[in-house]
Structures are given as C-alpha cells and as structure tokens.
Design a protein around this ligand. Structure first.
Ligand code: GLC
Length: 707
C-alpha cells in the first residue's frame, strides 16, 4: 500500500502475498447478469445487471473487479428487468466526428464518473476497430476508418474514463471489423498491412490512453482465435509495444486453457458455468501438469494488479454506498459532444440555420416527436426517463431498440415559439407530403438502427427513401436529419436542400439537433468515414459469411491491406458520395502560409486559418501526406489535424507534428518502421477529396528504433 512505489513494484509485493487459489480467482470473470440461455445466477456481490464480476481478496484489500459496458455510458444487460438508467453519450462515431480529443476526454470522464458512482471499476470501453466494412453493425461504437483519428479520439476517451481511477479496456483486439460470423471467421492480411492499419489504431489508442486492459476479440486472426493468438498478444502487444496491462477475453471468447494462457490471455471473462470455464481448476491442473508455467500465472496476476495500481484503484476504492450523480452536468457534456459531432453534409442556398421567426415547420418521421435513436447490443445505455418509443422491433437481443427521450419536435418548438410546428409520423408518405406542402420548411428524420451481433444494409428500411422523396417533391425546402450508425445510401440527396448527419446523438440528442438546426451551435463535425455511392465501390461488395449456414467457418481476406476507407477510394480512383474529413459550417475558413520541415523523426507543419464568415466557428484543418515516390498502401494518409475555434475575421496559427510512423512503412523482415528517402507532399485540406494547398519536403531514409 506504499503509493510512493511504482505500480510494478507494488504489484510484485502484493503478488508475493497471494495464495495459488487467490491468484486463480483473479483471472476468471463471471457474468454479472442472469444469462437468459442458461440456468445461471450471477455472483451475489456482482452489481445488478452488470457485464461481469471478478472476486476480490478481502484479507489483502483487493476489491472485486466490477465490470460494466461500455463506451457510450454505463450500459445494462438486457436480461434484467430493472434497468440502471444512466446518461448516454452520442455514439463513438459521433465523438470521432468531432475530431476533438477534448470532447472525447470529457465524455469519457463523464461516463467513467457515472460508472464509479454506480459501484463499477472496470469499464469495457475503447472500441477502436477500423471501419473496413461500412455494414458492420458495431461501427457506431468505434472511431471510423483512419487509424490516427480513431486511435487519437478513442485514446482520449479512455484516458477520460481512467481519470476516475477506474480501469478501461481498449477493444476488440483485433480485426473484429464485421459482426457476421464473428465467432467463426478468420482474418487474413499481411503483417505490414496489419501494422499500418488496424494495429496502428490500437497502438495509438494504447499510447494515448495507458488503458489498463485490452479485450481480445471473438474472431480468429491468421487461423488462431484472437484470445489465444501468440502473434497478436505476445509478439505485438506485449513484446513490440511493451504494453504492461492485462488481456481480458471477450465474453465467451476463450477457447482453451494452456493454449490461451501461454499465448497471452490474462483473464477469462463471461464464465457462466463450469463447462465454459477454461481457467479456474483447469488452469490449476494445467500448471500442475507442467503445461502452463507457474510464472505465466504470476505474470497474469501481476498485470491485473499493476493496472489496478496504475489507475489508483487502491487509493480510491469503490465506496460501499453508491455516490450521487450530477445528471444535469453530465447531460450538458453529452449534448456538447452531440453538437460537436453533428456533420453538416449539405446546405444549399443556406437553408440552414433556420430562423427563429420561421412561420411553419413540418417535422416528419423517426419518432422525432418523442426521441432520438441509439445503437443496440452490449453498449446499450438505458436512459433516465426510459425508452421514449417502446415496442420498436427487435424487442429482444440485440434489441430492444431504444430511443433516448429527447424530443427533436419539442426542441424545435422551443427554438421557434411563434412558428406552427406540426409532426407527422412518416408512415404514410402521402400524408407526410400533404403536411410538408403547406410548411415553409420540412424536416424529415430518418433512422438506420444498427447493433452488435449482426451487420446491416446501407439502404434505408421501412420505406424511408420513398418518404424523403415524397416530402422533397411536395416542398423543395426540405432538410433531412439522419440518425444512423454509419454511412447510408441517399438516393434522394439531389432533391433535398439540407442534410445533417446526427449519428446516434445520445441523451440530449433532440436538443443538440435543434441547437444546430437553429444555429445556436455552428456545426463543426467532419466525417470520420467515407460514404460510398454503392457496394461496388467496396473492397468486398459481398459481405463475407453472408448466406452461409450457421456456424460455418470462413475467411475474410483483406485484399485492400492497409488501404482502408479513403485510402481505398484514392487507390482505386473512386468517388465517394461524401469523403472522409468532409463537413460544412455556417461560416467559412481560409487556409494559408503552409510550411513544413523535418523535425526529429517526424515532420512539423505550420499554417494559418482565418474565419472569413460572419459567425464564430471551429475549423478542422487536416494535413495529408503523399510520398511522391509511392511505396505506400495508398496515395495519401492523414498525418494530423488541428481544431481551431475562430471568431469572424480572426486568424490563428495551426501547428501539426506528424508522427514518424505515418511517414513510414513496416518492414516485416527487419521488424521495424522504415521511412524511405525522398520527396513528400504535405497537403493542408478540408477533406480527403479537397486538393487544398501543398508544399514539398525532402526526407532522408530513416529506420525508427523501437520506442
Ligand atoms: C459482448 C461484446 C463486448 C462486451 C462484452 C460484455 O459480447 O462483444 O464488447 O464488452 O460482451 O458485455
């Protein structure tokens, strides 16, 4: 308990005090909620309806590990009747769309505070799997398609969570980039491409968060399950990256005892009964039989204890009685994140922002009279006030479909108190069109519900495309507000005047949408993903595994390598509907004075940004890098960016330092990063498709020594 010692020293001292049984008890986690498919009651000390529970060691002051989902807030397992209602952030995709690490940190700090106040000290957050597959049902939980953006934003969110002296994960490690067949498929990709894409996102997120735990994923990688994958766990994570934390399995993702322990798994989670228990007594026997060295169990325990010391769990134990939560303050954090994550995709004839003096507004569709959509699965937060639109299918796993009770209609009415604001459910396009025809402006809300455990079409369901088309025909002053998990097809795009992408906007999503619609918040979101025009543009138009018999094993071969998202579009000379990095504002910005020079192993870029419009706003100035001699997975990479908040007429200097890994390729044979000598174009742009302005620099050949 000597806090002046390092976490490593303290873990060693404590480890030496543990009995073998106590060591074994720390490396197995049990479901914290009843498992509907099994006759199982959670351990009595588990928190009601929580994700998991690992017993503590009372005599030595080691508290239990009370595990909760997830990255959007304190989630609740659907299998319990009484829900713990907490504040929901907007989706991970929305937070990534803010491109603002401060927003991500503040959101993490908020949900980590609610976790601690709810008696929970391990938050299963930090989803950072790249959007390789736009149909992936869990894209909404993650940080988009670029490793630097996703790693930086998710890293900041996890740093925020851990600022509450609780442990957070980074997950799902690795390449769990689709849900179809997640327990069956094996990802195939070469080492260099792996290091320069998904693994780089995890590496950056871990560096920036110091996450106490990594959750290995359900899928296989190069044939071996991720939770017993020697390459992923021992070679990359623990040896190359020298990461000191512990690897926990996803729930039920452990498939062996000795193989898993020896290949780097430190904690099995999701145990519901003996036959799903690979550690415990089985691990004791494997050690006795000499299949697993005692030193491996000691290392597993040391890593868990080290992470507990590193986040300050011993100095800040979870109090016996749960503490109060300042929901008003927490909801403010959520609404700010939602406002900063909303992306203005189209604003023809400046139809937005709306005037508070508007006379008549038609609000249509998507239960916009009562709430805003959220994503489904284990990350589901149950909002205070309950589900605003109960009964929307599916009501069972991975549902229920939850609408946060923050009504866009009510918020719009509050912003335009003198306007005649009418609502139509949007079920009958004809009725909706009749309402729209007589309004000054029509706002159509559309939804795409996505969730864990399945993948989804990019085509809107429930006749929503016909609804938008009918309204747009009736009233050219039509605005569409999208509540989606990721990109969707928009066949009506040319017929509407304005489009906002609001993602799943969280507990105060209705208020956030109205705030942007009326200009109280000037949208500064930029896409963390590309919006494809068709499936034909994707590396794998046919979703691997789709249509196969249940439980079929199959491979997902990443032929695109590290060319994920805009990198693929660039390499294949494809035009997305909306590009990575794109986002409009109610003001305008001018970029100038771009300069770049080598700076140590990296490159330092400076530039100026001026607000040339009449409203204060935030610019997201993006820096892309292109090797003029080629040799990368794609023509260019995001090398960095800076958010600059500027008042009208104000000019500020931007500075971006490009991480040397983003100038390099991974040399799998020599096992290090290598920067090729040559000339590189540094571009300052407003999106991945914006030619922007460029300078050329020359770099010498360099090998990046391992950190
Ligand atoms: C789920 C998810 C994981 C979650 C865990 C506990 O299956 O894959 O993200 O943290 O189980 O609910």
């Amino acid at each position: 308990m000597d806090a002046s010692l390092s976490p490593d020293a303290r873990a060693d001292l404590l480890l030496a005090q543990l009995t073998q049984d106590e060591k074994l008890s720390l490396v197995s986690g049990f479901w914290g909620a009843p498992a509907p498919w099994a006759h199982y009651d959670p351990p009595p000390l588990a928190r009601h309806g929580s994700a998991g529970f690992v017993p503590g060691i009372d005599r030595l002051g080691v508290q239990p590990q009370w595990q909760t989902d997830a990255g959007i807030g304190v989630a609740q397992q659907g299998s319990v009747a009484v829900k713990r209602e907490r504040t929901a952030l907007p989706s991970g995709m929305a937070v990534a769309a803010s491109w603002n690490p401060d927003v991500a940190f503040a959101g993490g700090a908020m949900i980590g505070g609610e976790a601690r106040a709810s008696g929970l000290n391990v938050q299963l957050a930090g989803g950072v799997d790249l959007m390789r597959e736009p149909r992936n049902g869990r894209n909404f939980e993650y940080g988009g398609e670029d490793p630097l953006l996703a790693g930086t934003i998710v890293g900041a969110a996890v740093r925020g969570i851990q600022s509450n002296h609780i442990i957070s994960t980074i997950k799902h490690y690795a390449f769990n980039d689709q849900e179809t067949g997640r327990n069956q498929y094996s990802v195939v990709i070469d080492d260099a491409a792996a290091r320069q894409s998904d693994l780089l996102a995890f590496e950056i997120a871990l560096e920036q968060s110091q996450a106490g735990s990594v959750m290995c994923s359900y899928n296989r990688f190069q044939g071996d399950y991720a939770c017993e994958n020697d390459y992923l766990l021992n070679h990359v994570l623990k040896r190359d990256w020298r990461w000191p934390g512990y690897v926990m399995s996803d729930w039920g993702a452990t498939h062996s005892t000795a193989n898993a322990a020896n290949h780097g798994l430190d904690q099995e989670n999701g145990v519901i009964h003996e036959d799903s228990h690979h550690f415990g007594a089985n691990l004791a026997q494997a050690i006795t039989a000499g299949q697993v060295p005692q030193a491996r169990l000691d290392d597993m325990v040391r890593r868990i204890l080290r992470s507990m010391f590193a986040v300050g769990l011993f100095e800040h134990p979870i109090p016996e009685d749960q503490t109060t939560i300042d929901y008003e303050a927490d909801e403010h954090v959520s609404q700010n994140a939602a406002e900063q994550g909303i992306v203005l995709l189209k604003n023809e004839h400046d139809i937005l922002p709306l005037s508070a003096n508007a006379r008549s507004i038609a609000v249509i569709g998507a239960h916009a009279d009562v709430g805003v959509l959220s994503g489904g699965g284990s990350s589901q937060v149950y909002p205070r006030g309950g589900n605003a639109a109960p009964g929307v299918a599916p009501t069972g796993w991975p549902g229920p479909v939850i609408f946060n009770p923050s009504s866009p209609l009510a918020a719009i009415r509050a912003h335009a108190p003198n306007a005649n604001v009418q609502y139509d459910a949007g079920i009958d396009p004809g009725a909706a069109a009749r309402l729209a025809r007589h309004a000054d402006v029509a706002i159509v809300f559309i939804t795409q519900w996505t969730s864990e455990s399945q993948d989804f079409s990019l085509t809107l369901n429930d006749n929503q495309d016909a609804l938008v088309a009918a309204v747009a025909r009736a009233n050219p002053h039509t605005i569409v507000v999208m509540e989606t998990g990721g990109p969707v097809f928009m066949p009506w795009l040319s017929h509407v005047r304005g489009v906002l992408e609001a993602w799943y906007p969280g507990t105060k999503g209705g208020a956030a949408i109205a705030s942007v619609l009326f200009g109280d918040a000037n949208p500064s979101g930029h896409l963390p993903i590309s919006f494809p025009a068709s499936l034909a543009q994707l590396p794998r138009p046919h979703l691997d595994g789709e249509g196969l018999p249940e439980n079929s094993q199959f491979e997902v071969r990443y032929g695109e390598g590290a060319a994920v998202g805009y990198k693929w579009f660039d390499r294949q000379h494809l035009e997305p509907v909306f590009p990575f990095g794109f986002g409009l504002s109610y003001t305008s910005f001018a970029h100038s004075n771009l300069a770049a020079q080598a700076d140590g192993d990296g490159v330092r870029v400076t530039f100026a940004v001026r607000n040339t419009g009449r409203r204060a706003g935030m610019d997201v100035a993006q820096i892309y890098v292109t090797p003029l001699g080629g040799g990368w997975e794609a023509p260019k990479r995001l090398g960095g960016w800076q958010n600059l908040a500027l008042t009208p007429g104000q000019q500020a200097q931007g500075t971006v330092t490009i991480d040397p890994r983003l100038l390099a390729t991974w040399d799998a044979d020599a096992h290090h990063w290598r920067i090729a000598a040559g000339r590189y174009r540094i571009t300052l742009a407003a999106s991945a498709r914006d030619p922007g302005q460029s300078v050329i620099i020359t770099l010498p050949a360099r090998v990046l020594e391992r950190p």
